[in-house]
Design a protein around this ligand. Structure first.
Ligand SMILES: [Zn+2]
Length: 218
């Protein structure tokens, strides 16, 4: 598999990731937060074809280019089923706070445990794991065979997502991280929306989850 990150920005820099089957050059794009035209150029330059857009959650800085790319490429946009509200509500997806009105017209809702696979990209197997807390629809996309997870804003290198926006809840987030992410194999590489990459082992034994959060998790 090819992992090709592109940091896109309208208001906030966000990591978008192409996850592409090496043999067929088909795959998915995770969290196209802005700069649709630039992402289309990357596809052309790299000879990537997309089967779907995957969203880790419905904040505008992760979904901002999804509608334009869906219309242009005629591919589905996948998100957790709780994402409906964020997709259709500029207050919830925070675009209203920046004077924008970001709305996704057509999403395909998935549930915890759903597998994302395509005949055109035989090497690609991603499992949606629901990890609410930063938002109610927060999820990660996990490739168990390759020990990679795209984690959005649930967890960052040495940090975690804010919980003071619509649908955020610190206790829920900490339980998601403890029970759904830190239980993955330690070598699992975590690719987030806003930090450098890290691993489950590094975070599990690091200052936040190795020590600080213990007292807050009961
Ligand atoms: Zn977010």
């Amino acid at each position: 598999m090819i992992i090709h990150p592109v940091t896109v920005q309208e208001f906030i820099p966000t990591n978008a990731y192409f996850y592409i089957d090496e043999d067929t050059r088909h795959g998915v794009l995770i969290d196209p937060g802005a700069e649709a035209d630039r992402l289309l150029n990357v596809m052309k330059e790299q000879d990537f074809s997309l089967q779907a857009i995957l969203l880790t959650h419905g904040h505008f800085d992760h979904i901002g280019a999804a509608e334009a790319l869906r219309q242009k490429l005629h591919i589905p946009v996948f998100m957790h089923e709780n994402g409906r509200e964020y997709a259709q509500n500029p207050k919830w997806n925070l675009s209203a706070a920046f004077g924008e009105e970001c709305i996704l017209e057509d999403i395909t809702c998935l549930k915890d445990g759903d597998m994302i696979e395509f005949p055109q990209a035989p090497g690609l197997h991603l499992k949606l794991i629901h990890t609410p807390g930063h938002t109610t629809d927060g999820c990660i996309y996990y490739d168990e065979a390759r020990h990679v997870a795209f984690v959005g804003d649930t967890i960052f290198a040495g940090s975690f997502g804010r919980t003071d926006f619509y649908g955020g809840d610190e206790g829920v987030l900490f339980r998601s991280i403890r029970d759904k992410i830190l239980t993955l194999p330690e070598e699992t590489v975590l690719l987030s929306g806003h930090s450098e990459e890290t691993t489950v082992g590094t975070e599990k034994n690091g200052p936040i989850w190795g020590h600080w959060a213990q007292g807050r998790l009961s």
